[in-house]
Design a protein. Structure first.
Lengths: 115, 111
């Protein structure tokens, strides 16, 4: 079956530090990969996505590259801000057509950024 | 604002009781998904509906059921509640293969 593994948390960084959150996956077929972010008291929001190997998703200074050879989709940001403090989820979907976009999520990792 | 509305925001009830959680998807979205988020299990997919019909089932207990109505809103029914059912329940909606849009969740506390 499909699964997503995220690095253990929580992660605490100082403002302007470099961020890497590791994510690896196991899937049948050719998955699409996603990063979702959950701010306190809110639902999950799509941060970025990549649908095929070597694609790079990017948004709000965050980036992640779909690496098929290492089955990874690590999230990076060059300079984090206090407002980036949230829970980050890596996810995949293997539905390629029709109305199925069922996501398999990793356990999530909490990021806290200190001023 | 994702456009997905969930009610109620909070629900406190006793073991053995039954509750109904409600979700209104984004305008135009035909698919509705239910997820359970707990500290120990993380985000678990429960069930998906598409245009009124059940499309996929995940780790949903037999005590739980859901439906999607002709106006596309969905309800998740949880019965014979146990302490372990305490969690955040999220609804998400999407249109065909577009990414999911999540509501803010219903926090269920079973005492």
């Amino acid at each position: 079956g499909n699964s997503v593994t995220q690095m253990e948390g929580p992660v605490t960084l100082s403002e302007e530090a470099f961020l890497t959150i590791n994510c690896t996956y196991t899937a049948t077929g050719y998955p699409s990969l996603f990063w979702y972010v959950q701010y306190p008291g809110e639902g999950l929001q799509l941060l970025l996505k990549a649908t095929k190997a070597d694609d790079k998703g990017s948004n709000k200074g965050f980036e992640a590259t779909y690496r098929k050879e290492t089955t990874s989709f690590h999230l990076e940001k060059g300079s984090v801000q206090v407002s980036d403090s949230a829970v980050y989820f890596c996810a995949l979907s293997t539905e390629s057509s029709g109305a199925n976009s069922k996501l398999t999520f990793g356990k999530g990792i909490t990021l806290s950024v200190r001023p | 604002d994702s456009g997905v509305t969930q009610t109620p925001k909070h629900l406190i009830t006793a073991t053995g009781q039954r509750v109904t959680l409600r979700c209104s998807p984004r305008s135009g979205d035909l698919s509705v998904y239910w997820y359970q988020q707990s500290l120990d299990q993380g985000l678990q997919f429960l069930i998906q509906y598409y245009n009124g019909e059940e499309r996929a089932k995940g780790n949903i207990l037999e005590r739980f059921s859901a439906q999607q109505f002709p106006d596309l809103h969905s309800e998740l029914n949880l019965s014979s509640l146990e302490l372990g059912d305490s969690a955040l329940y999220f609804c998400a909606s999407s249109l065909l293969n577009s990414p999911l849009h999540f509501g803010n969740g219903t926090r269920l506390t079973v005492t």
